[in-house]
Design a protein around this ligand. Structure first.
Ligand code: AMP
Ligand code: MN
Ligand code: MN
Length: 330
């Protein structure tokens, strides 16, 4: 049987023996994706490796201040030689976007997948996937420990940002005493919890809060399913050109009558970003997976083609089924 620590050792071995490493995280990256990308990348640079950091982007403003963020490349590599490809926080190869495709397609290249999504398809040659990990960054810490690599302040800042993003400031059910011990280590290495939390969780642009206002005003509650809609017209009429996801779903779950919450937001590609959250006991991960997306049991998402009314009807019907089934099972 392969244990998690075997996989950590294998991952560490691959990183140790490679000298030119390409690392990519998922498109539409969140703080865990960017924080893990930079955290692992900077640590490997500290070990003398040549590192290429890749994402399709866009890099959210909340992490644009992270150390060495300008090293991240938003275009595929061309002829740069690489001996190891690391895919981070991505449940399937498509999720890596354009920057990942030439690397995935290269059969000669070893791929290491480091992730914590239950929906991961294990597309690597070595897969370090721990569903219990609160963030992909947690796995990076295990790998650095296996390499006996001391965590520097810049690496600690990136990794703490990753944790804060995926755990909403260490407040969700995936957080364990172990998560808190790792967070304490990152703070001891020089990462400022309060400051990083503020940047990731609190600071919002005027456009973002206006977008939230529209979503908040457009909410519906039926059978324990709370949903909000931001249409293309609303986006346009308000001059809101920001392409980032609205991230409303976390907030919507504050309503006690809601067991699951979902936000539907038209994006600038003419598609609809669907972001789902559930209370413990309910599962939105499998629904997102069925819809071609992915995620975790309690936080998942997908991107669907419109029209909006049809997408809303389809997803809400599936979520109502989930609240009914979960109640029946309990
Ligand atoms: P979000 O609602 O965007 O915060 O996403 C919640 C979780 O679902 C995160 O772990 C995402 O990585 C995952 N997720 C969101 N959209 C997709 C997608 N289209 N495909 C796979 N996973 C997704
Ligand atoms: Mn992510
Ligand atoms: Mn993550």
């Amino acid at each position: 049987m392969t244990t998690q620590s075997d996989q950590v050792q294998r991952a560490a071995g691959l990183l140790d023996s490679a000298s030119r490493i390409a690392i990519a995280c998922h498109l539409g990256p969140d703080p865990d994706a960017i924080g893990s990308l930079l955290g692992l990348g900077l640590a490997m640079q500290e070990r003398g490796k040549t590192v290429h950091l890749l994402t399709d982007g866009p890099i959210p403003r909340s992490v644009q201040w992270l150390p060495s963020v300008d090293q991240i490349r938003l275009k595929p590599l061309t002829d740069e030689p690489v001996d190891l490809f690391v895919a981070l926080d991505s449940s399937d190869p498509e999720r890596l976007g354009e920057v990942g495709q030439p690397l995935i397609a290269n059969d000669e290249l070893t791929t290491l997948v480091i992730d914590h999504h239950a929906t991961n398809t294990e597309f690597g040659d070595v897969n370090l996937i721990t569903v219990e990990a609160a963030a992909t960054a947690e796995q990076i810490v295990y790998v650095l420990d296996a390499l006996q690599h001391a965590i520097s302040q810049p690496v600690a800042e990136c990794l703490l940002a990753a944790f804060i993003g995926d755990t909403v400031g260490f407040s969700v059910s995936s957080v364990t005493p172990l998560t808190m011990r790792i967070a304490a280590r990152l703070m001891e290495a020089g990462a400022a919890l309060h400051e990083i939390s503020d940047r990731i969780l609190n600071i919002r642009t005027l456009d973002e809060i206006r977008l939230w206002g529209i979503g908040m005003a457009n909410t519906h509650l039926e059978q324990g399913v709370l949903w909000s809609v931001i249409t293309e017209e609303e986006r346009r009429d308000n001059g809101l050109m920001d392409t980032s996801r609205s991230r409303l779903s976390n907030t919507l779950l504050c309503v006690p009558e809601a067991y699951v919450a979902v936000s539907f937001a038209a994006n600038s590609d003419g598609e609809i970003d669907v972001s789902m959250r559930a209370r413990p006991g309910y599962d939105v991960g499998s629904i997102a997976y069925e819809l071609g997306g992915g995620g975790h049991t309690l936080a998942a998402g997908c991107t669907l083609k419109g029209p909006m009314e049809e997408v809303v009807r389809r997803v809400v019907t599936m979520l109502k089924q989930e609240t009914t089934d979960a109640v029946r099972d309990s």
